[in-house]
Design a protein around this ligand. Sequence first.
Ligand code: AMP
Ligand code: TRP
Length: 351
Amino acid sequence: MAEAVQTLHPGHAKFTPRVFSGIQPSGGLTLGNYLGALKRFAEMQGRMETIYCLVDLHAITDKWQDPERLRQQTREAAAGFMAAGIDPASSILFNQSQVAAHAELAWIFNCVARMGWMNRMTQWKDKTAGKNAENSSLGLFAYPALMAADILVYHATHVPVGEDQKQHVELTRDIAAKFNHDYKQDFFPLTEPVIEGTATRVMSLRDGSKKMSKSDPSDQSRINLTDDADTIASKFRKARTDAELLPDTPEGLKDRPEARNLVNIFAALADRTVEEVLADYAGKGFGTFKPALAELAVEKLSPISAEMTRLMSDPAEIDRILGQGADKAAAIAQPILDRTFDIVGMLRSRR
Ligand code: AMP
Ligand code: TRP
């Protein structure tokens, strides 16, 4: 991270280093969310100003969500963030819909971004592949403009995400650059995606070519942060692998996606490099490696899941924390939104 801060894009010069990232509360949190996002969110805390958001407006773009369940999942995700080490006293933690500035800035960005840019988004293409795109929500298509608003309404300079979100952060830079150019202002920063570590793309336990996802129909494909020790162990035991022994170098994992995934997960959970893990397990089979991985995962994840259960027993306290976070977030966002509206030429006579 320290390195990323020093190699700021010139566009950052006048912007305070500030981290923003979000997760959709559209289902339970997975090991992919933890390793690709949450664990890294917690590591960035204290080094820079950090703002973390449960993006509930994004959560309804893909499909209809049961309202009470969505509210519950938002609380559960907040509990997951805190259990993973995000401290609401040092980071701002809130849910997106409580800060209206996100949706307001998104409208402006809907008018800056081009249809062609949205059409090129691989997530849009994947989500509508083989289906009738005509029947997808307009919100799903415009989703990256809302994501750009999430980031830029705070003038955030750094966005830690998993590999799958890289293109959306690049689009955020395109939107910022076009806005700055169209209005002849150096107003929005050109934000950097921060994609680091061995687990920026955790794959499904059933299919090494698909990412682990909260929306995969098979629960066996993922580890949920709420899974108990037996479930975690059994899912790793049944994870798809090949029949070969583990190699002594990372190159030996090149054409072995399932094996590579399990070794990456081990390395990320243990805070070690892939080389170090292979130094211990080269020449061993999955009969040895899988139980060791299961044990490590249980050791690292059970305190998180226990803490989530404890936090979830007091939903009113979670709501209070999110409300307070929203107030702090709005205090940063509102002046930036007001300035944007001024730049664009919206008449504001009530101020
Ligand atoms: P989502 O669950 O799609 O809202 O993703 C929230 C964050 O978790 C984003 O930064 C994603 O890139 C990251 N993420 C989700 N799934 C994975 C995965 N399988 N591997 C690594 N990062 C992931
Ligand atoms: N699109 C992200 C995902 O699905 C979630 C997200 C929404 C986000 N707004 C964001 C991530 C802003 C980083 C910054 O993973």
